[in-house]
Design a protein around this ligand. Structure first.
Ligand SMILES: C[S@@+](CC[C@H](N)C(=O)[O-])C[C@H]1O[C@@H](n2cnc3c(N)ncnc32)[C@H](O)[C@@H]1O
Length: 280
């Protein structure tokens, strides 16, 4: 395995993913009852962009900390600023486990799974002292079964694999979403995917839509033509059982985010329903 998130951290996909994550957790906090946040592919949590690749230059470096109209972007900017102050480092960057930990209330819990021992150990240190937070080293797709359904009966499962063996991770994500819903039908599931080839994504979406009978959204942000085979053209997130008004709000903040990140003006955004809510 070669993937290290440090090489990609802070890229445009991370920004899309992390703004969405905070919006999802904010929605869960509308109710007092506690929830489980389960992340299957967590990474090390704490990053320093001074040691990162140029990818952050095309992502978080273009994100404006001050000129955001939508509350979701303002909220993300505030979390990032707080984290940097707390770390005493203007180039510090919080990965999803640290952003999520910052959102938890005393009644909420988090389980973070990471395959690589070095990354899992680093994450353990980064979240040490936070009650209700547990780090497990292992295969996130396998561990998902043991964590669902949560006794709280409320939760978000966040699936963010590296797609090193691209085809295999798409298949495993489909299986993981189905398994998560089989165990916990009302839970929210968010799964990130890379947009590299339009035809592959269309076929995957069509297959998913046939097999999932829960409401599912696809939120996408791309900066390059969707079928240029150069590298990562865009970032996608599937959101199963989306919270109330999430799609409507994404229609507002996603174009605002794209306008900031899309220096070449070759990109776009889309939020659409892949699978409708089943009849009540
Ligand atoms: C894209 S990174 C995660 C980034 C993180 N979600 C964030 O936004 O900060 C994917 C991570 O999954 C880990 N990984 C790869 N295969 C895994 C598996 N089967 N189970 C759990 N973690 C895995 C990699 O070591 C890597 O740290």
């Amino acid at each position: 395995m070669k993937y290290r998130h440090s090489f990609h951290v802070g890229n445009f996909a991370d920004v899309h993913k992390h703004v969405t994550l905070i919006a999802l957790l904010t929605a869960l906090k509308r109710k007092d009852k506690g929830f489980l946040y389960l992340e299957t592919h967590s990474g090390r949590g704490a990053y320093d962009l001074s040691q990162a690749s140029a990818e952050a230059e095309g992502g978080i470096a273009r994100f404006s900390a001050t000129e955001n109209n939508s509350e979701e972007l303002q909220q993300y900017a505030a979390r990032l600023a707080d984290y940097r102050i707390q770390q005493g480092n203007p180039r510090a960057y919080p990965g999803s486990p640290l952003l999520a930990t910052g959102e938890l209330r005393p009644q909420d819990r988090a389980v973070f799974v990471e395959l690589l021992a070095t990354e899992a150990r680093a994450l353990e240190l980064a979240v040490a002292g936070n009650p209700g937070v547990r780090v497990e080293q292992g295969d996130g797709f396998d561990r998902l079964r043991g964590c669902l359904p949560p006794p709280e009966r409320r939760g978000l499962t966040f699936i963010d694999p590296p797609y090193e063996e691209t085809g295999k991770d798409f298949e495993r994500v489909t299986a993981a979403i189905r398994e998560a819903l089989r165990r916990f039908r009302t839970g929210i599931v968010a799964a990130w995917y890379p947009i590299k080839d339009e035809r592959d994504i269309a076929a995957w979406h069509a297959g998913l839509a046939r097999t999932i009978d829960s409401e599912t959204l696809a939120s996408e942000l791309w900066l390059y033509p969707r079928d240029s085979r150069v590298a990562l053209n865009g970032s996608g997130l599937l959101i199963v059982n989306p919270p109330y008004l999430l799609a409507e709000r994404m229609q507002v903040w996603l174009p605002e985010l794209q306008a900031q990140l899309d220096a070449g003006q070759a990109g776009g955004t889309s939020v659409r329903t892949l699978a409708p809510a089943p009849p009540a």
